[in-house]
Design a protein around this ligand. Structure first.
Ligand code: GDD
Ligand code: MG
Length: 318
């Protein structure tokens, strides 16, 4: 079975960091976001298809010769085709029921359970659904007895049909992919789902967590969730507080690390205090206090830092 991962988009809200690293290759707990998604696929999915426009060369370079346990096919788009157009562009590589993921979503969805439901209900499509307080910046559904009766993308505040949103994970029959006109810019959310709603489109509400990891704050949160049970419990060069992940190629001396910290490869820190932050590869510092920040790669930190994103192309406060 195949899974399509939509990895277009410029990662605008994570600039300037995404000027040097395309968003899908930004690490979550030291593993690139898209690789993590592929590794998390249930065994029954043997092939991951990456629908790519921005960052194509970096993506090709990253996956070339790297074995991550699944077949990886990179399908380029000359022009961004939109979420629907990008899926349609992958149709030659799929053989039946297909999973589709928004590449920027990090969630606790159980895809096996979702697939079981999808098969049992004989749905044309099943969309993972998540409950939020403010649904207006998402796709919103009217949901009843397991079926999606209406779909509205980014409705105006006040006109939302419910608090249940499209969580960006789908199981689709070929019939739906074939409804998408080829070689055109098509939004699956605006142009296709409203038409299939009420006619075989099902929903799979889930609980746990759901993070659209596109902003500095949500990128941090997605990182902290991704530590999971794989955290670093102790380290010779640091006193550890709470959930922390330290890469084996990092060198720390007399540091206080945590809670919620990820330290990447080739990082060198001495007498630093780090809280609620992601330190990407090859960051150096002596004596800095770093809080609520994203730093790196390849940065020398000389001063204390709070709520900043500091990258080789510049920095922003958030
Ligand atoms: N290949 C390709 N080509 N991918 C694309 C394109 C494109 O032209 N446009 C968007 N994508 C990818 C993005 O990279 C992202 O992974 C995914 O499709 C969704 O696009 P976003 O731009 O992140 O959309 P959104 O976050 O505003 O809304 C979507 O996600 C919400 C959940 O986070 C919609 O699916 C909403 O309905 C949903 O609620
Ligand atoms: Mg998004």
């Amino acid at each position: 079975m195949e899974a399509i991962i939509l990895v277009g988009g410029f990662g605008t809200r994570l600039r300037p960091l995404t000027l040097t690293v395309p968003k899908p290759l930004l690490p979550l707990a030291n593993i690139p976001m898209v690789e993590r998604m592929i590794r998390n696929l249930p065994e029954i999915f043997d092939t991951a298809i990456l629908a790519v426009n921005y960052g194509l060369n970096d993506m090709r370079k990253y996956f070339e010769g790297r074995d991550i346990g699944k077949k990886v096919i990179i399908v380029p788009e000359e022009e961004p085709l939109g979420t629907g157009g990008a899926m349609r562009n992958c149709i030659d590589y799929v053989t039946g029921t297909t999973a589709v993921f928004n590449g920027d979503v990090v969630s606790s969805i159980n895809l096996n359970e979702m697939l079981e439901q999808h098969i049992k209900t004989k749905a044309k499509g099943t969309l993972a659904l998540w409950k939020v307080k403010d649904p207006s910046r998402f796709g919103v559904v009217e949901f009843s007895n397991g079926e999606i009766l209406q779909f509205q993308e980014k409705p105006e505040k006040g006109s939302e049909l419910s608090n249940l949103i499209n969580a960006g994970t789908y199981l689709l029959e070929l019939e739906i992919l074939e409804m998408i006109p080829p070689n055109q810019k098509i939004s699956i959310e605006r142009d296709i789902y409203p038409k299939v709603a009420g006619n075989g489109l099902h929903g799979f509400p889930f609980e746990g967590y759901f993070i659209d990891s596109g902003t500095p704050e949500s990128y941090l949160e997605a990182n902290f969730k991704s530590i999971g049970n794989n955290g670093t419990a102790s380290h010779t060069g640091a006193s550890i507080r709470g959930s922390v992940m330290i890469h084996e190629d990092a060198k720390l001396e007399h540091c206080i690390i945590g809670p919620n910290v990820i330290i990447g490869p080739k990082v060198k820190l001495e007498k630093c205090v780090i809280r609620n932050s992601v330190i990407l590869s090859n960051v150096n510092s002596y004596g800095a206090v770093i809080e609520d920040s994203i730093i790196g790669p390849n940065i020398q930190v000389k001063n204390d830092i709070k709520q900043n994103l500091i990258s080789p192309e510049g920095k922003i406060a958030f």
